[in-house]
Design a protein around this ligand. Structure first.
Ligand SMILES: O=P(O)(O)OC[C@H]1O[C@H](O)[C@H](O)[C@@H](O)[C@@H]1O
Length: 522
């Protein structure tokens, strides 16, 4: 079964939305709250520990009903069911897309259960100190060696759940930048360090080169037999991991039906399970599972990821907004944006539709942002008074983790105030000069969550995963492949050959030739 492939611009809802947009586009909507006392309560969804407020958006009831109609016309429900059914909806790679199966506690697949057990057993041995390094000492430092989806998820989660962390130190080596690798290795003791080599394909240049550099560093003072005590791998390509010298027992498998950027729920989360404990890792999976059930079962108008996606399409395709900002008001979430950048932009940065035709409408939004309040002192000027429309997600937690209420009240006051200031502007007030004028009418969503727990964090990430899937369905693109990263890799191979062999003739592009000559002519 294939995904439905409807050109969204050919639907009735799209045409109606185009007309509707003509009425909305110039409309200063500040008055809507005073004109409609129920607006704030109508445009919100409460679900478990989440309060999703989307009332400060340039929408009316008609906008929402047309967007919901669009979702129906592109057959979103059918697409959701297909994804969860395990159909090979990643058509260009001929794969199913089942990261949700990694957390489907109603019926975990036996292979998923086995891997979870293996992760639990292993991480508990590392945490408890029973696993000894070559000199008989327990492990103190865990290093995740991987890039892209094999890095961003674990790093984001170990930062987000830092408050739940145990005594283990965690490090990440992703980039091929040798200076960074040397810098990190200099601070590590081979006797007490565990390296987790994470690569779904086990063919990624950066990861394989870094893993070899690390192995050579490790072998400077040890013997080959010691490798098994300090190196484990996570991969869908078990044979390749074994070729690298890691024993079968030390390879944590990941299924082919998990995409890299959705893989933190798989054995890719081994570093998470080590540094926050398996129970917390499992709680995060459980939170994601709850979000999956919400996504699958809630009617679209009460469905957080569906509404988030529809609003994003509204701004992207009708208002012409090119980007959206994500601003979490929690320092723990400082790696959320890089994670979302891969998830969203690698998934939806496509310009060929599911029929193989070029699209004639905008797809993938650009995601950017950083933590509040820091961001207020950096780029908020542009949000408030710049010329671009940038819908923003504000994320906050009602309860602080360390009990510092005074700070949290200030943090939350700032979050709420920013959404209000963006929306209200100074339209209805008198200002001394045009420079102090705020146009307002700037849209935002607020995701207010009770507390930053592993479960709630799992739910949050899963909601964003579902949001991007819904967008891909509406845009009629394949969200789960990433052919766009391949060409650069191929060109890099030839370029490296030209540099290593000092052979400029291998290169075709005159600009690249000049650049390479600057490196080889020393
Ligand atoms: O896990 P790996 O196979 O090493 O892949 C690591 C990353 O590299 C690729 O270039 C893809 O663009 C990413 O989606 C992937 O997460």
């Amino acid at each position: 079964m294939s995904l439905p492939a409807v050109n969204p611009t050919k639907t009735e809802a799209w045409k109606a939305l185009e007309n509707h947009f003509q009425n909305i586009k110039e409309h200063q909507m500040q008055q809507v709250f005073s004109e409609d006392s129920k607006r704030a309560n109508r445009f919100k969804i409460e679900w478990q520990d989440f309060y999703f407020d989307f009332s400060k958006n340039r929408i009316t009831d008609e906008t929402i009903s047309l967007l919901l109609k669009l979702a129906e016309e592109v057959k979103l429900k059918e697409a959701i069911d297909l994804q969860f059914s395990g159909a090979k909806i990643n058509k260009t790679e001929d794969r199913a897309v089942l990261h949700t199966a990694l957390r489907n506690f109603d019926s975990l697949k036996p292979e998923v259960k086995d891997t979870l057990q293996k992760m639990q057993y292993f991480s508990e041995k590392i945490i408890g100190g029973a696993h000894k390094g070559f000199s008989g000492k327990s492990i103190t430092d865990v290093v995740n060696v991987g890039i892209g989806g094999s890095h961003l998820g674990p790093e984001m989660v170990t930062e987000a759940l830092k408050c739940y962390k145990n005594h283990l130190n965690v490090h990440f080596i992703a980039n091929i930048d040798g200076d960074e690798v040397a810098e990190k290795l200099n601070r590590l003791n081979p006797e007490t360090t565990l390296f987790i080599i994470v690569s779904k394909s086990f063919t990624t240049q950066e990861t394989l080169v870094n893993a070899s550099v690390i192995r050579n560093w490790f072998l400077e003072n040890t013997s080959k037999d010691d490798i098994q005590k300090h190196f484990v791998a996570v991969s869908a390509n078990v044979d390749k991991a074994m070729d690298f010298g890691i024993s079968a027992d030390n390879v944590f498998p990941m299924p082919d039906w998990v995409g890299g950027r959705f893989s933190l729920w798989s054995a890719v989360g081994l570093s998470i399970s080590c540094v926050v404990g398996f129970k917390n890792f499992e709680a995060m999976l459980f939170g994601a599972f709850e979000a999956d059930k919400h996504f699958k079962s809630q009617p679209f108008k009460k469905n957080i990821p569906v509404i988030m996606a529809l609003l994003s399409v509204w701004y992207n395709n009708f208002f012409g907004a090119e980007s959206e900002a994500v601003v979490p008001y929690s320092h723990y979430l400082h790696k959320l944006v890089p994670y979302l950048q891969q998830a969203v932009m690698e998934s939806n940065g496509k310009s060929v539709d599911r029929n193989g035709e070029s699209v004639n409408y905008q797809t993938g939004t650009i995601v950017w942002g950083s933590v509040g309040t820091n961001a207020q002192h950096a780029f908020f000027q542009l949000l408030h008074q710049g010329t671009k429309l940038i819908p923003t997600d504000f994320i906050g937690f009602s309860e602080p983790l360390h009990g510092n209420l005074e700070n949290n009240n200030i943090l939350m006051a700032n979050l709420f105030a920013q959404t209000e200031a963006l929306w209200e502007g100074t339209q209805l007030k008198t200002v001394e000069s045009t420079f102090k004028h705020f146009e307002g009418n700037k849209p935002s969503n607020t995701i207010l969550i009770k507390k930053l727990t592993p479960k709630n964090f799992g739910s949050l990430i899963a909601l964003y995963e579902h949001k991007l899937f819904v967008q891909g369905i509406i845009w009629n693109i394949f969200s789960y492949d990433q052919w766009g990263v391949e060409l650069g890799k191929t060109v890099a191979k030839t370029t490296l050959k030209a540099i290593e062999n000092q052979q400029l003739s291998l290169l075709e592009n005159a600009s690249t030739k000049n650049l390479v000559s600057k490196i080889v002519e020393k």
